[in-house]
Ligand binder design. Structure first.
Ligand SMILES: Nc1ncnc2c1ncn2[C@@H]1O[C@H](COP(=O)(O)OP(=O)(O)OP(=O)(O)O)[C@@H](O)[C@H]1O
Ligand SMILES: [Mg+2]
Length: 272
């Protein structure tokens, strides 16, 4: 995709984030997310991926963190250190890691709750509500089930559908594939692609599953120790020998590496 021909929906410019005034976690992170695209943010444990999503979403405060340097702009509006509720109203919604559905509400109630911040009329909200079950046919069969009894994959779908009910222009997903069986991961990523195509929702997805994430995204960023160390069109990153080796578990000779080998190698080699 030609990144220059589209509008920049999200601009993260050289942000530094500290927790508790002292722990610096982001050390100058910049991202450009173009309207209508799918962008993957990859990196090892503790690289700062969740912190980046929280910084964009205005959700650092509950964790005693803030953006000390740099700025975040969404659709041209400065949202640096803005409140999470404001950011949602502007159209950027995050689905946190671990889904966090309301366990004692039904699937349908969970989905309806997502429209709470909307002001654009009951007709449109009703239409969007119905459309959720077209996007997630699996949920249409279990609308009255308590969310707490749903499987991990179903809960992930509920969390995404609930976020979509806010009518976002951009959806941020934190490790949607975490703990899911390969078939469900495939289904979730197929859902993500359809949502992007049909609703024109821009997607920023944080993943450990590099192969799948690069397979559906247009552009990717790789983070290490609070910095972006590599970026490029996903098709290029998929062919990059370092990405293949450290994130997709493929050796230079083409054989597959064991998970353990990849883990220890990741720890040893730093990108910078
Ligand atoms: N509330 C907090 N207070 C202090 N340090 C924090 C806080 N939250 C996260 N950190 C630290 O910030 C660093 C980055 O954490 P973050 O959760 O952003 O990483 P991540 O890339 O999402 O990792 P993972 O893949 O494990 O989810 C880690 O070293 C973590 O310990
Ligand atoms: Mg994380």
């Amino acid at each position: 995709m030609d990144r220059t021909s589209r509008d920049k929906l999200l601009e993260v410019n050289n942000i530094e984030v500290v927790y508790n005034d002292i722990v610096q976690v982001l050390r100058g992170v910049s991202l450009a997310i173009f309207d209508g695209s799918i962008v993957a943010l990859l990196g090892t444990n503790g690289a700062g991926k969740t912190t980046t999503l929280r910084a964009i979403s205005g959700l650092l405060k509950p964790e005693n963190g803030f953006i000390r340097e740099g700025y975040v702009k969404f659709s041209g509006t400065d949202i640096t250190n803005r409140l999470g509720t404001d950011v949602v109203k502007l159209g950027a919604v995050m689905v946190p890691e671990g889904r966090r559905v309301f366990k004692h509400l039904t699937v349908d109630e969970n989905i309806r709750v997502g429209s709470i911040t909307r002001k654009d009329g009951i007709q449109k909200i009703r239409r969007d509500h119905g459309a959720m079950y077209d996007h997630f046919p699996r949920l249409a069969k279990i609308t009255n089930r308590m969310a707490g009894y749903c499987s991990g994959g179903e809960q992930q779908m509920i969390a995404i559908a609930r976020a979509l009910m806010a009518g976002p222009r951009m959806l941020m997903l934190d490790e949607p594939s975490l703990g899911l069986a390969p078939l469900l991961v495939k289904e979730i990523f197929a859902n993500i692609r359809t949502i992007n195509r049909e609703l024109n929702t821009t997607i920023l997805v944080v993943e450990q599953n590099a192969k799948t994430a690069l397979g559906v995204s247009d552009y990717g960023y790789i983070m290490e120790s609070g910095r972006i160390v590599l970026e490029g069109p996903s098709a290029d990153l998929q062919e990059n020998p370092d990405v293949k080796e450290f994130y997709m578990g493929v050796t230079r000779g083409g054989g597959r590496k064991s998970f353990k080998e990849v883990k220890s190698y990741k720890r040893r080699k730093r990108w910078m």
